[in-house]
Design a protein around this ligand. Sequence first.
Ligand code: FE2
Ligand code: FE2
Length: 145
Amino acid sequence: MTAIREQAVLRIRQDHEYMLDLARRIAACCTRGPHVDSCWQCLPESQRTCHADIEQLVRTFVEVTLRHTLFESMLMEEGVPDAHRIPHRQAHLELAERLKSVRVVFARDGRCVDAIEGIGAVLATLLRHFEEYDRRLEEYLLAPA
Ligand SMILES: [Fe+2]
Ligand SMILES: [Fe+2]
């Protein structure tokens, strides 16, 4: 049982690394820097490449993050007090809503700079989430039975 829980913590940490890597790759798609407020100054050819890259990375980031939060929520079904499980799950739901809205807005407007900004804001929330919730969950999972 302990080995299974250790494996689960390992997977949580690997997922987090992958999610951070994807978010950084999305930010790096725009080579013109963080203070660009429109894509229209770029050549159409680079806009198309940028759009395709961001679309693919955002889709992967959203899928990986949603799957990860489901995995954590499943891990909380046993041995985690309500006082932690309920707000942690609520935080996952809020994160999922924000991710979906970034995707919906990008699918509708196709504005890469907005998608980069939206993912950047989600990344900041994720980093706080790791500290506020996931670290505690790991402690529950690694606690001696
Ligand atoms: Fe979490
Ligand atoms: Fe997590």
